[in-house]
Write a protein that binds this ligand. Sequence first.
Ligand code: ADP
Ligand code: MG
Length: 381
Amino acid sequence: MAARRGVGMRLPGSGDAGSSSSGVGGDSGGPRSPTNGAARSPGQQGGTPFSNFRKIVDPSGRLNFAQKAVLHADGVDFSSGASFKIKMDDFELFEELGKGNYGTVQKVLHRPTGVEMALKEIRLELDDSKLKTIVTELDILHRAVSPWIIEFYGAFFVESCVYLCMQFMNAGSLDFFAGCDVPELVLARITKSIVAGLKFLKDELRIMHRDVKPTNVLLNTAGQVRLCDFGVSGQLDRSLAKTNIGCQSYMAPERIKGESQGAVISYSAASDVWSLGLTVIETAVGHYPYPPETYSNVFAQLTAIVHGEAPTLPDSYSDAAHAFVESCLQKDAARRPTYQQLLDSEWLRDDDKREVDMAGWIATSLEYRKTHPKIQAPALA
Ligand SMILES: Nc1ncnc2c1ncn2[C@@H]1O[C@H](COP(=O)(O)OP(=O)(O)O)[C@@H](O)[C@H]1O
Ligand SMILES: [Mg+2]
């Protein structure tokens, strides 16, 4: 466990005080355990890559808690001026929150401050010289401060993995809620939050998301809806260990066509708008929106996206909601609305004026899921 007492921890390559915590490591020494993805309970010894934290965080290291606090060897300084005495081996590991194509996400707690984090491990296939590029590129995450975007605390490397420390969202991701009863105004609020997040990324950071899908929309019991996992690092994207590509595709038709033809850039923000449309429908219907026969075969699925009819919302939703998703799912990317147009659409324009009890809906849905567990779609062949 990282929390084992008396073991020095080091955050490789941490920068100077007050700057990014991103750093280059890779010199922690010793073999590291492979990620096997099995969920582990707190207190379980060995095996997990996270157990290597005792090797990678030491008294010279620090973790930058966004604008709130800087964790370092001797304590944690809050922007308010308050300072905590702290030991870097005070992290406690909790359960695995999920597993994606490129690694695992685990809940951790920094005990003295009580700050819970989600710690994401991404396996990479790259030589050490590329790590520095990735670190530099990840630095943009410190500027991604918005109510619609997951808070970023810092990133570091050990061997061929990058670790991202981010805000823990205690209700999990939107896919878990898809298929619960999702009232129209709740769906509109979720959609507005995603659009606002995408607009922030585009306007403020000049980036597109590139991976809009229900598992990258996170919720918490306070009722917040925030985006995560947007593409900030080209080098990171190029270095991902693509071990498992079988998954439901939220890619826009022009992106699928472009990638199949080897185009370098075949898409723009409009492609994220397509993925948004699919995400909204999945949330309402409870499963990936293309027909089940496409679930089991990558080729059939991509063909359905490029050539088939776009899916639609269930009839129970309003005409304004239908018009919204239809506009997102136009095959011709140039015809899809901009984020501002989406916010001004009939469906979303009054969202700000409405009282929507998101916290209440999330609590009810979490309760519902206890007796109606989420059934995962089978992996694609
Ligand atoms: N910050 C977070 N807080 C809570 N849960 C998270 C967080 N980040 C990711 N998760 C969970 O971990 C799972 C795996 O995430 P990830 O590795 O990004 O793969 P994917 O997004 O493809 O599912 C997600 O589906 C989500 O449920
Ligand atoms: Mg994700």
